[in-house]
Design a protein. Structure first.
Length: 290
């Protein structure tokens, strides 16, 4: 079904910086076309100093809402009228819904993490988990892993201060956590203890596809690996994991799960998940992999 644009078409979008390589427009517009909805999803590069004006613009244009990505997931909160309970607890927003000219912030990254794990049937209750990264997606990880009843979380980050801040936040919400600096020594020790490793950093993302947050380290006793990087689909970290016989979750699975939940908030209808997946793989082929 073609995407028809006229005076009744409602605007949706993604704001962040940079967003030039985002696949969200392809995914969301494919789902919109499938259902014949009167909407159009675009990506907008918005620098930090322009964030307030961008939010006012979406509101003035009577948009359905928008997604928020790096680096605005935390700062966006001050420009919204209301927060969903989960987004307020997490302290980060990736989806905004315009209800009666009232901008409400949500966090669907939580579902982007939880849903793929539940679909895989991975049992994490009582297990130790390693999380590399301390950004907005890592905030959602805290609540996802708390929901999945893990016993302990090791937060590993290049900047130790941020790892410690996030581990303290996790403790406030009842999750045992330790913050560590990202280095080979700490990784070696943690990988001996944990059942699952999550990469919530852009390490390994195109064009730096030869990089891995683990360097050349083996995964040791880790059984499950979840890499949030979705371009390339097969990151160096995931390739290493599969070579060592580990089970994996691809970054595109999180991307599409959170996109599905955003779609449901905007339209109050379930999108076709397979259509979104096909749109992702069709679009990612258009990128020059060097």
């Amino acid at each position: 079904m073609p995407l028809r644009i006229n005076s009744e078409t409602r605007l949706l979008g993604l704001i962040g910086y940079p967003v030039k390589q985002s696949l969200s427009p392809a995914i969301q517009n494919a789902a919109i076309r499938k259902l014949g909805l009167k909407a159009l999803y675009l990506a907008f590069e918005v620098k930090e100093e322009d964030l307030s004006d961008a939010v006012k613009g979406f509101k003035a244009l009577n948009s359905l809402g928008f997604n928020v990505t790096i680096p605005h997931k935390l700062k966006i909160i001050q420009y919204l009228d209301e927060l969903d309970t989960l987004a307020e607890q997490i302290g980060a927003v990736n989806t905004v819904v315009n209800k009666g000219n009232n901008l409400i912030g949500y966090n669907t990254d939580f579902y982007g993490i939880v849903n793929p794990i539940l679909k895989k049937g991975w049992k994490l209750e009582g297990e130790k988990i390693a999380l590399i990264g301390a950004g907005g997606a890592s905030l959602a990880c805290i609540f996802a892993l708390k929901y999945l009843k893990v016993s302990e979380l090791f937060i590993i980050n290049r900047t130790l201060k941020k790892a410690l801040e996030l581990s303290n936040r996790a403790k406030i919400f009842g999750l045992k956590a330790e913050g560590l600096e990202l280095n080979e020594e700490n990784l070696k020790e943690v990988l001996k203890e944990v059942k699952m490793l999550i990469n919530a950093t852009p390490i390994g993302m195109y064009p730096n596809i030869k990089e891995s947050p683990l360097g050349d380290l083996k995964l040791g006793n880790v059984e499950y690996v979840f890499d949030m990087v979705y371009n390339p689909v097969n990151t160096r970290l995931l390739e290493r994991a599969k070579e060592e016989g580990k089970e994996v979750i691809f970054g595109y699975e999180m991307l599409i799960e959170q996109a599905k939940e955003s779609f449901k908030l905007w339209f109050q209808i379930e999108p076709n998940f397979k259509v979104m997946v096909r749109a992702f793989f069709k679009e990612i082929k258009n990128y020059d992999k060097g």
